[in-house]
Design a protein around this ligand. Structure first.
Ligand SMILES: [Zn+2]
Length: 482
């Protein structure tokens, strides 16, 4: 006891003899970040102009490259065009977004209104408006803030205590200071400021397991005394992912017109958060997941077959163990090669399971499995996994507008089908009109002549049946006019 006390005392003495105000590494880093932020505030019109900037509305034209999300597993990636409108009222936590485009066998004509208790999800394709039970201003507005430099500077202004200076680097032959920003939601950002102009030119963040996202801000133009970049590029792991051209920017205009739900849309059931859940949809058949990602587990005589490869797989296996304690997961079936449908490969490899996929997807799957000894089995059109008293049949229903090869799982005894990305099912409420991917899926079911009464998917806990597919095909897009 005594000795400890003496030591502590000695340490205190040592500290006291050194100048307490010496700049430690963290202190230096915070101070330097402060200097960079102050210079940026001046470059973006000054503190007063930025304080006065409370509302921004912007029309954008986007070209997207479906990196890891194209019909083929490798480049060149599919290219799509998207029209976008975003508006934010920072003072009142109001955010509005409208998006229209097509890609991957889907049609997007939707939007969101975040306005306190009067918040909505809009679907112009279906012609519906759903109240949002738990609107989240920070999560919804984050993507717009991250591509709008003056809004990032405002974030730095408000959250300067979270910023650190990371160092100085050269970008395009010009020296830059790099500082960090931690927003309310999401991983930390690294912002690159040109040492001479003090303008934000680049930004980076790391999003495991997808990799590094790089932002480039180009062609600044003054709008109401504040520079806004008119062109923006996004790269994912060094590959182009998005190019945006700003068509129009308005500052400090009222958003009243945009927070109204258009008369052309019908109100439907409210959108609730998708909590983690486990459902036994038939004896020994479990649909487990949450947050719009689900895995199907089928209990065989002496093992388990898992279907679906999303990020939820490790948590889903943990949950499965509460229901099926002792049988190994022998097969992990990946529906297709898309970046959100292969992370589960790593969990399957860890379980010692054989990963079932297509030969064309081998390199994508091996990368995701991150295990040199991962066992792969390839499907050529169809494969039956026999497990004693029951079987799981796998069918390649590709090519579809969504993917060149895509597996569905069919349990013939139970009449259950599991699909991914072809039959979008909202948690509750109306089944929307079919998109091209859904039409291809329905045609494949007809062609294969599979008898089923239960349809579940990788992105919803909802259990539907053939009547839901018929409804989707019957319904006409609303063309409600975005
Ligand atoms: Zn997909």
């Amino acid at each position: 006891m005594n000795r400890h006390f003496i030591r502590a005392g000695a340490a205190a003495l040592l500290l006291a003899s050194a100048p307490l105000w010496a700049e430690t590494l963290p202190l230096k880093s915070v101070n330097k970040a402060g200097d960079v932020i102050d210079a940026a505030i001046e470059a973006y019109g000054g503190a007063e102009a930025l304080d006065g900037l409370q509302r921004v509305a912007q029309k954008q034209h986007l070209v997207t490259f479906a990196t890891g999300q194209s019909r083929q597993p490798g480049p060149p990636w599919d290219r799509n065009e998207v029209k976008n409108f975003s508006a934010i009222d920072i003072e009142n936590d109001v955010f509005v977004n409208r998006t229209a485009g097509e890609g991957g066998g889907f049609v997007f004509e939707g939007g969101v209104i975040i306005n306190g208790e009067d918040s909505w999800q809009l679907d112009y394709y279906a012609g519906t408006a759903a109240p949002l039970a738990e609107p989240d201003f920070d999560t919804q507005s984050g993507p717009f803030i991250r591509v709008t430099a003056p809004l990032l500077i405002k974030q730095l202004q408000e959250r300067r205590q979270t910023s650190h200076w990371l160092g100085e680097v050269e970008v395009d032959g010009r020296p830059h200071d790099v500082i960090t920003l931690v927003m309310e939601v999401g991983p930390g950002l690294a912002l690159y400021f040109d040492r001479e102009s003090h303008m934000l030119t680049h930004m980076e963040r790391v999003l495991p397991p997808f990799g590094q996202v790089e932002y480039t801000f180009l062609d600044y133009e003054n709008v109401g005394g504040i520079p806004f970049s008119q062109k923006f590029k996004l790269h994912v792991n060094g590959e182009p992912n998005l190019e945006m051209n700003v068509l129009e920017t308005q500052v400090n205009q009222p958003l009243d017109a945009w927070v109204q739900v258009p008369d052309s849309l019908r109100q439907v059931a409210e959108v609730r958060p998708d909590d983690f859940s486990s459902q036994e949809i038939d004896e020994g058949v479990f649909l487990i997941g949450g947050n719009n990602t689900y895995t199907l587990f089928v209990e065989m005589d002496d093992h388990v077959v898992a279907i679906g490869g999303t990020q939820i797989v490790p948590d889903a296996i943990k949950e499965l163990r509460k229901h099926v304690a002792d049988k190994p997961v022998r097969y992990g079936v990946l529906t297709h090669h898309h970046s959100d449908h292969v992370p589960g490969a790593a969990a399957y490899a860890k379980e010692g399971a054989t990963i079932v996929t297509f030969r064309d997807n081998e390199s994508v799957v091996r990368d995701a499995a991150d295990d040199a000894n991962a066992k792969l089995q390839f499907v050529d059109q169809r494969l039956t996994l026999n497990g004693g008293s029951r079987a799981v049949e796998l069918y390649d229903i590709g090519p579809t507008p969504h993917a060149e090869h895509i597996l569905i799982a069919y349990l013939p005894e139970e009449g259950i089908i599991f699909e991914a990305d072809h039959f979008p099912q909202p948690l509750n409420g109306e089944i929307p009109p079919a998109v091209p991917a859904t039409v291809a899926f329905a045609r494949a079911l007809d062609r294969l002549d599979l008898e089923y009464d239960t349809l579940v998917g990788a992105h919803s806990p909802r259990v539907a049946g053939p009547e839901a597919v018929a409804t989707a095909l019957r319904r006409q897009p609303a063309n409600a006019g975005l």
